[in-house]
Write a protein of this length. Structure first.
Length: 105
């Protein structure tokens, strides 16, 4: 059973963090799940916000910082474990990641 408290907590955590394409994609999925499960609580109109665009390069992610310092074999084991979960839950995303890795090889 889907726990709406967990979905709302995850949304709040993502909204409070860095804005990246991955974060926006995850938020989109969570918003859709929440709005389809509780359509009466879906916002009727989005709250207007001022959009800003920065030409500054995005700072390096926490993942990259940690990964650079990790033992390579350990890093591969951890990523392989999580890729199995991604493959089970998001097979298209899994195939997309593999394709991107192959393109860079």
């Amino acid at each position: 059973m889907i726990n709406m408290d967990e979905i709302n907590a995850e949304i709040a955590a993502l909204e409070a963090g860095k804005t990246t394409y991955a974060t926006c994609e995850r938020l989109s999925i969570l918003y859709n799940v929440r709005n389809n499960l509780e359509p009466d609580k879906a916002p009727s109109q989005p709250t207007p916000k001022t959009a800003y665009y920065s030409y500054a390069s995005e700072p390096e992610s926490e993942f990259k910082e940690v990964a650079r310092k990790a033992d390579f074999e350990h890093l591969l084991r951890v990523l392989d474990e999580h890729m199995k979960a991604i493959e089970a839950m998001y097979p298209r995303e899994y195939r997309s990641v593999l394709r991107k890795i192959k393109e860079g090889a």
